[in-house]
Design a protein around this ligand. Structure first.
Ligand code: AMP
Length: 123
């Protein structure tokens, strides 16, 4: 599998603001934050997209959410709330092909996210 920029972060070949690490998971601040708090939680295992998750990865995916919630608590945004997003492939807005959970917090988020776009598609 092709190495991505996130592998370089895991291997400390490029810098990142790392906020959590264990043997399976790494979390770091997003370089282009879309909310006052925006960090990414990634598995150290190379998995390109959600479509590539195997049954044996189920516990690892759970670890991403456990880390997200734990970090959100540490950063003081767990009670006010946050959004988690994992984009998949071009229509999902994925640009880095190493799965990552976005965690966005620090402001109220609208829902649905693409209301105007969807309205245009309705008959
Ligand atoms: P996605 O579009 O869902 O694939 O998200 C990729 C995310 O990675 C974007 O939010 C980028 O801002 C973020 N990103 C890309 N390069 C870096 C980097 N070197 N350090 C931290 N975040 C990054």
């Amino acid at each position: 599998m092709a190495e991505t920029i996130f592998d370089k972060i895991i291997n400390r070949e490029i810098p990142a603001e790392i906020i959590f690490e264990d043997d399976q998971v790494l979390a770091f601040k997003d370089i282009n934050p879309q909310a006052p708090t925006h960090f990414l939680v990634i598995p150290k295992k190379q998995i390109a997209t959600i479509n590539d998750i195997e049954p044996e990865d189920a516990a690892l995916i759970g670890q991403l959410y456990l880390a997200a919630a734990s970090i959100a608590k540490q950063l003081g945004v767990a009670e006010s709330g946050y959004r988690t997003v994992m984009n998949c492939n071009p229509d999902g807005g994925q640009t880095v092909y190493h799965i990552h959970l976005h965690v966005l917090a620090g402001k109220p988020m609208g829902w649905p996210p693409y209301q105007n776009t969807m309205k245009q598609q309705l008959p």
